[in-house]
Design a protein around this ligand. Structure first.
Ligand code: URA
Ligand code: SF4
Length: 209
């Protein structure tokens, strides 16, 4: 078995349950506090809680903070974030209209993928956050977010795309991460199709195609 399993089993057991019934975003943030509930705490500068409209139609969920996000304490503010801003503009939205967050709230060292136990622990907060936000739709950005929100820890983006999933009753659409588009421009078209589907489902169909 993997080293992370043996390392991390006790961590999950030692994790205090999330509060019974929250509350507000501010109260959830206060509950998270100066969190040390998973190993990612040791390398972070700032917890990136997430930001945006507290009553959004759409929530976007990325993977975890990168270098710039960790430094600034805000989601998607680096290179991938700049591309995400363009995607949001192309969707006819303003960043403040939606809510943007990540599966894990602390930056993994060297931007490695978060480990399953880390997503499991921090995902409890995401779950509460989404329950507070009550969006009409979740757009899941990338493999890690997609796997977490669809509950399939080995799925490919290809297999997760093209349908609606449900996470705790909230509809989820999975698409490529903007960082993946930066590496491979061929992902631009499928992402555009996915955001068109999302906007149509939200009753705000896009004209440009
Ligand atoms: N990549 C992510 O998944 N999330 C961020 O906030 C920034 C880059
Ligand atoms: Fe806490 Fe989440 Fe940061 Fe882990 S990633 S230390 S659970 S806030």
């Amino acid at each position: 078995h993997s080293p992370s399993q043996s390392r991390n089993t006790p961590l999950i057991q030692n994790t205090p349950p999330v509060t019974s019934e929250p509350l507000s975003l501010e109260q959830l943030r206060a509950f998270i506090g100066d969190c040390t509930r998973c190993p990612l705490h040791s390398g972070r500068k700032n917890i990136v809680f997430g930001e945006g409209n507290p009553t959004p139609d759409l929530v976007m969920v990325g993977e975890g903070p990168g270098f710039d996000e960790d430094r600034l304490g805000r989601p998607f503010v680096g290179r991938a974030g700049q591309l995400l801003d363009k995607i949001i503009a192309a969707m006819g939205l303003k960043r403040e209209e939606l809510y943007i967050c990540n599966v894990v709230k602390c930056r993994p060292p060297q931007n490695r993928d978060p480990e399953p136990d880390e997503t499991e622990i921090c995902g409890r907060f995401l779950k509460q956050q989404i329950s507070i936000l009550k969006p009409k739709m979740i757009l899941s950005l990338g493999r890690i977010s997609g796997r977490y929100l669809t509950g399939n820890d080995s799925a490919s983006i290809r297999s997760m795309r093209g349908k609606f999933h449900s996470w705790n009753g909230f509809p989820v659409r999975v698409t490529y991460h903007p960082a993946a588009i930066l590496r491979n421009r061929e992902y631009r078209r499928p992402v555009w199709e996915d955001v068109q589907t999302v906007m149509a489902e939200l009753g705000r169909p896009l004209k440009r195609s």
